[in-house]
Design a protein around this ligand. Structure first.
Ligand SMILES: [Zn+2]
Ligand SMILES: [Zn+2]
Length: 260
């Protein structure tokens, strides 16, 4: 038996036990996904939900009318942030059901490599993220860190997971640039847009040990799972701009906003 065959068989046996112990479920409808028990399941969605996901990607942005994968809008709070690109895959509203929404809620609670891998792959197709011209060493992929309480509660940071996978797919550096300051004084939801913007300015700071690395950077890709109010992302952008004036690209799986 050739070594490559042997390796393939070992991996199939691995998949067998994994499928037996944790039968793969669709992250949107939670149905079991019919699969050969020896095959590794790589899709987060069942076939029906996968079709819905692709349709959600084609849906039009309520603000600019373009398809979500080409639209460059973000939350109103982020309008004057001076960021070059806002890349995302889908848009969902808080009220309506959607497979994008189910998947996002799922990865906030469950560290599911299959889903993170799928999202990272889909995002890596975006021409706006890819960088073929400049030196790979000048690109940093980073993320909006989850609050400490939330990270303790769930045991992981979903944006960190996603950003690591994306960096790997793009074959560029990954680094945790941002840290969170202590607790927020007021609840963001109750504030007006300007107040939120002012508040967000002090939410994050750039880790001192990363300043040297930032000097050589030309592109920083900030990953967040979903853009809702945009306050956390805005806080990171403000913190970053104090030390860096190169290109900034914000990447998220989804944004929330009303549908027209
Ligand atoms: Zn499904
Ligand atoms: Zn748009």
């Amino acid at each position: 038996m050739k070594f490559s065959n042997f390796k393939m068989n070992v991996s199939r046996i691995g998949s067998f036990f994994k499928n037996l112990l944790f039968p793969p479920k669709c992250v949107a409808c939670r149905e079991f996904m019919q699969k050969d028990i020896l095959d590794k399941c790589e899709n987060p969605f069942c076939e029906k939900c996968r079709v819905k996901w692709e349709l959600e990607k084609l849906s039009r942005c309520p603000d600019c009318g373009l398809e979500m994968t080409v639209c460059n809008c973000a939350a109103p709070l982020l309008k004057k942030s001076g960021v070059d690109e806002y890349v995302k895959l889908v848009n969902y509203s808080a009220k309506n059901k959607s497979v994008g929404k189910s998947a996002i809620l799922h990865v906030k609670r469950t560290k599911n490599a299959r889903v993170f891998d799928f999202f990272a792959t889909q995002l890596s197709y975006s021409a706006r993220i890819k960088n073929n011209t400049s030196d790979k060493n000048t690109v940093i992929v980073t993320y909006v860190p989850r609050s400490r309480n939330s990270k303790l509660k769930y045991g992981f940071d979903q944006s960190e997971e996603l950003s690591r996978k994306l960096a790997k797919k793009l074959n560029v550096k990954h680094s945790r640039l941002f840290d969170r300051r202590g607790k927020q004084k007021q609840e963001q939801k109750k504030l007006g847009l300007n107040e939120r913007r002012e508040n967000a300015k002090n939410l994050f700071f750039v880790n001192r040990s990363k300043l040297e690395m930032l000097k050589k950077a030309e592109r920083v890709i900030i990953v967040d799972d979903v853009i809702t109010s945009g306050a956390s992302l805005y806080g990171c952008i403000v913190a970053l701009k104090k030390h860096y004036n190169g290109k900034i690209i914000c990447v998220s799986v989804a944004r929330t906003g009303k549908k027209k």
